[in-house]
Write a protein that binds this ligand. Structure first.
Ligand SMILES: O=CCCC(=O)O
Length: 484
């Protein structure tokens, strides 16, 4: 294991070169499974940020002028390298983030897929040519890289949330400054090394690990030459970043918090619904913005659904992510576990009942038992706040209208899941729900080929799919007079 950590460069990746922080300062990275320090990483300082901004600006025009095929080939090689090294990359991720090896491997595949997808999109940026309505001239519409970008990535998917931003930025021809999460910088530093190996030219990318997000992000957003910011994280932080982008009107993509409802109608196959529920809840330890946050089940099948879900959840092996057979690793930090404890205790105090779990696990590491809560009252905080942990609160409904009302009774609008065998109802309800994404008879919507993103307080912009690259492109229209 320590060999894996030793291989990761623990410096700043500044415009293609590895460097210590300007003043030599470093910060510790912890293993959440045993609260031990794994290593130290360079802590970016003001002077480093200034250099990264200048480098991103200086490299922009030349990078934008490279052939799309060339950028696509870099992404394709990066996909291949990630795929070849999936095992080690997954182990590294488990060490710094905690999730099981199985989950980390799934993330590596998912992350690599964004590179493959955007390697194919790089050569498909289109435009149009047409007569103007008066017939007297022509209209030429083309797309161009938006310019240097600041990309801010979270700790929960330290690789995939990076490739989902870097992939389209590279495909479009934008230079990038990446600020990885303080808790999980290693996966991103590893990715920077891999991209260099895949042929990404020096100057195009800087990765700035830091203990102070504002030290990196604020000067970049205050600089009008930086033209785009993409953020995955909490709604609270997202709002502040929107304010920071206002003076220079940088383009923004905001992938923010969720509070996903999971609707189970009375006609389902309970086997399928419970399998989907476990996936939607427990992927990534429940530490995901698309994790099902609350289960609304038709009252005629609720008892049986709870019984089966309890059986499945209590059978999940909890432990250090690197151990064999472990399905649920530690949560990322003491703070994150405290939040889970607080929300579950609040629900229990208001009358909910835990049919399994309901408490943290003793010993080292930030472990919390997979939990099912039933009889959850409408005023329980857990129905309104994103729990980001392995807890499934269940409530009931009697009619389709009530199900939709409950599902939409939230400020968030990222994803909803619904299970029914009635196709008409699936489409009808799916279209009514106020979310950017809907999973129909599946607990997993994430896919590099699909537009991922939310509405309401879950943000705006789409990542992945054909839509993903558009976030990194500006549209130019040229009016052409024509003497006919
Ligand atoms: O946590 C946010 C993203 C999760 C995903 O892409 O599946």
């Amino acid at each position: 294991m320590s060999e894996l950590i030793d291989r990761v460069p623990k410096q700043i990746f500044l415009a293609g070169q590895w460097r210590d922080a300007a003043d030599g300062s470093r910060f510790g990275v912890q293993d959440p499974g045993n609260e031990r320090q794994l290593c130290e990483v360079a802590d970016t300082q003001d002077a480093d940020v200034r250099e990264a901004i200048e480098a991103a600006v200086a490299a922009q025009d030349e990078w934008a002028a490279t052939a799309p095929r060339e950028r696509g080939e870099i992404l394709r090689r990066a996909w291949q390298l990630m795929t070849d090294r999936a095992e080690d990359t997954a182990r590294l991720m488990t060490l710094e983030m905690g999730k099981s090896i199985e989950e980390s491997k799934a993330e590596v595949t998912y992350a690599a897929e964004f590179f493959r997808w955007f390697s194919e999109e790089a050569v498909r940026v289109d435009g149009r040519y047409g007569r103007n309505p008066a017939g007297a001239g022509r209209m030429l519409v083309s797309k161009h890289p938006v310019g240097p970008c600041v990309l801010i990535t979270p700790w929960n998917f330290p690789l995939a949330m990076g490739t989902r931003k870097l992939g389209p930025a590279i495909a479009a021809g934008c230079t990038m400054i990446v600020k990885p999460a303080q808790l999980t910088p290693l996966s991103m530093l590893n990715l920077a090394a891999l991209l260099k190996e895949a042929g990404l030219p020096d100057g195009v990318l800087s990765v700035l690990p830091t203990t102070s997000a504002s030290r990196v992000v604020s000067p970049a957003l205050e600089d009008p030459r930086i033209r785009k910011m993409s953020f995955t994280g909490s709604t609270e932080v997202g709002r502040k970043l929107v304010e920071q982008c206002a003076p220079n009107l940088q383009r923004m993509s905001m992938e923010l918090g969720g509070n996903a409802p999971f609707l189970v109608f009375e006609d389902v196959s309970l086997d399928d619904a419970v399998t989907g529920a476990v996936t939607a809840k427990m992927r990534n330890n429940g530490e995901s913005c698309v994790a099902a946050n609350r289960f609304h089940v038709h009252s005629s099948i609720a008892d049986e659904f709870v019984r089966r879900l309890t059986e499945e959840m209590s059978a999940l092996k909890v432990g250090h992510g690197t151990e064999d057979g472990v399905k649920v690793g530690p949560l990322i930090s003491a703070d994150q576990r405290d939040k889970v404890i607080e929300l579950v205790d609040d629900a229990l105090a208001r009358g909910a009942r835990a049919t399994t779990g309901g408490k943290p696990l003793d010993g080292n590491g930030f472990f919390y038992a997979p939990t099912v809560l039933t009889d959850v009252p409408p005023d329980a905080r857990i129905l309104r706040e994103e729990v980001f942990g392995p807890v499934a609160p269940v409530t009931t409904f009697d009619t389709e209208d009530e199900a939709v009302r409950l599902a939409d009774d939230t400020e968030f609008g990222l994803v909803a899941y619904l299970f029914t065998r009635d196709l008409d109802r699936a489409i009808r309800v799916g279209e009514r729900l106020s979310t950017g994404m809907v999973g129909i008879n599946t607990g997993l919507v994430s896919n590099a080929a699909a537009p991922f993103g939310g509405v309401k307080q879950s943000g705006f912009g789409r990542e992945g799919g054909n839509e993903g690259i558009e976030e990194y492109l500006d549209v130019k229209y040229m009016a052409l007079a024509l003497k006919e």
